[in-house]
Design a protein around this ligand. Structure first.
Ligand code: C2E
Ligand code: CA
Ligand code: CA
Ligand code: CA
Length: 279
C-alpha cells in the first residue's frame, strides 16, 4: 500500500509537470506566433432579418506550423492569463483597420459594421485607449464601422472605470456591444448605467429559444427589455430555420450563426462585396 501510495503521488506530480510544460511551450509558441505573424483573422457575416448583410464579427485563428489551424478557445484563455492577449489584441485591432481600408473601397452597405472581441485583460490595460487611438490614426473614420464586444466580466469589475472608458470609445465613434448576454448575472440596473449600443444574445439562449414555451418567453422578455433600453439585439449561434424565424419575428435586429454563414477568411468576405470579381 505504501508503494502504490508513493506511485500515486509520483504520477500526480508528473502529470502536473506535464501540464505546466505544455502550458509553457504553448506560451512560447504563442509569443513566436505573434512575432512570425502566424495569426489570422476570420470573419463571420451578420445579417438583418430580411437577409441583407450588415456586418461581421472578427474571430481570431492561429495558423501554427506544427499544430495546424488553431481555434481561439485553445489559446485565448492562456493568452488572457499571461497578459499576452494585450499585444495580441493590439495586433488584431491594427489588422482589422487594415482590412477595413480594403473593404471600404468596395461597395459596403451604409450601416456595415465589424465587431471585435475585447478581452477583460485588454480592456483593463492602462494603455488600451491609447492603442485604440493609434490603430485608428491610420484610418480616421474607420471607427464609424467598428464595434467592440465586451463581456460582463470586463465591465462589472470596476463599473466606474468601465463607464469612463466606454464613454471615451463612444467619443471616438466606436459602437459597444455586451457579448455573451444570458450567461452571466446582468441586472437591469447595471445595464441601465452602462453606455451600450447592443446586446448580443449568447448562443445558449438562442439554442433554447425554440425549446419549450418558458424558454421562448425568456428570450422574448430579454428582447423586449433590450428595446426598452434602446439597445439593438444581435443573436449569435443561429443554427436552425426555426431559431431564425422565431428571433426575426420577435424583433431581433441582427442574426449570426452557422445557418447563415460560417466564419471565413478575409478574402472570402471581401469577395462578397467585390463587384469586379469574376463570378
Ligand atoms: P464568442 O465571442 O462567443 O464568439 C462566437 C463563437 O461561436 C465563435 O467561436 C464562432 O465561430 C462560434 N459560432 C458562430 N456561429 C455559430 C453557430 O451557429 N453555432 C455554434 N455552435 N457556434 C457558432 P470561435 O471562433 O472558436 O471563438 C471562440 C471565442 O474566442 C469567442 O467566443 C471569443 O470569446 C474568443 N475570441 C475569438 N477571437 C477573439 C479575439 O480576436 N480577441 C479575443 N479577446 N477573443 C477572441
Ligand atoms: Ca463575441
Ligand atoms: Ca458567445
Ligand atoms: Ca465570448
Amino acid at each position: 500500500a505504501k508503494e502504490s501510495g508513493r506511485n500515486r503521488i509520483c504520477l500526480f506530480s508528473e502529470q502536473r509537470l506535464l501540464a505546466i510544460q505544455s502550458r509553457t511551450s504553448l506560451l512560447q509558441e504563442l509569443r513566436q506566433a505573434l512575432q512570425e505573424q502566424e495569426f489570422l483573422l476570420y470573419y463571420q457575416p451578420q445579417f438583418h432579418a430580411d437577409g441583407a448583410i450588415c456586418g461581421a464579427e472578427v474571430l481570431l485563428r492561429w495558423q501554427s506550423p506544427t499544430r495546424g489551424l488553431v481555434s481561439p478557445g485553445h489559446f485565448i484563455p492562456l493568452a488572457e492569463d499571461t497578459g499576452l492577449i494585450v499585444p495580441v489584441g493590439e495586433w488584431v485591432l491594427k489588422a482589422v483597420c487594415g482590412h477595413l481600408r480594403v473593404l471600404r473601397r468596395a461597395a459596403l452597405p451604409e450601416d456595415f459594421s465589424i465587431s471585435i472581441n475585447i478581452s477583460p485583460r485588454q480592456f483593463s490595460d492602462p494603455g488600451f485607449l491609447t492603442k485604440v487611438e493609434q490603430a485608428l490614426a491610420s484610418e480616421p473614420d474607420a471607427a464609424r464601422c467598428l464595434s467592440f464586444e465586451l463581456t460582463e466580466n470586463a465591465l462589472f469589475v470596476d463599473m466606474d472605470h468601465a463607464i469612463e472608458v466606454l464613454g471615451q470609445l463612444h467619443r471616438l465613434g466606436l459602437g459597444i456591444e455586451l457579448d455573451d448576454f444570458g450567461t452571466g448575472y446582468s441586472s437591469l440596473s447595471y445595464l441601465k448605467r452602462l453606455p451600450l449600443d447592443a446586446l448580443k444574445l449568447d448562443g445558449s439562449l438562442v439554442e433554447d429559444s425554440t425549446g419549450d414555451a418558458r424558454d421562448a418567453a425568456i428570450v422574448r422578455a430579454v428582447i423586449a427589455m433590450a428595446k426598452t433600453l434602446s439597445l439593438k439585439v444581435i443573436a449569435e449561434g443561429v443554427e436552425t430555420h426555426a431559431q431564425r424565424d422565431f428571433l426575426a419575428q420577435e424583433g431581433c435586429d441582427v442574426l449570426q450563426g452557422f445557418l447563415l454563414a460560417r466564419p471565413m477568411p478575409f478574402d472570402e468576405l471581401k469577395a462578397l462585396f467585390d463587384c469586379s470579381a469574376p463570378p
